[in-house]
Design a protein around this ligand. Structure first.
Ligand SMILES: [Zn+2]
Length: 70
């Protein structure tokens, strides 16, 4: 398998590359998505913030169905 241990040197270039970067608002132009895109992730550490921003960018972010109670 190509992912076998030790087999890390890529011998050929990536065959297909997206001509355009993925855009999460290309098809989904809903108010929900706009809200998600505008959301600021505060109250979390840098690491978690990076994860949340990644999730938003690739449309993998889901709003909490119930707001978290403190
Ligand atoms: Zn964290």
């Amino acid at each position: 398998m190509s992912s076998e241990k030790g087999n890390v040197a890529r011998r050929r270039p990536q065959r297909h590359q997206n001509a355009r970067a993925f855009k999460n608002d290309k098809y989904d132009t809903s108010a929900r998505l706009k809200k998600i895109n505008a959301k600021l992730h505060d109250g979390v550490c840098q690491h978690c913030k990076g994860i949340l921003e990644w999730r938003v960018k690739f449309s993998k972010y889901k709003l909490l169905s119930k707001p978290k109670k403190w």
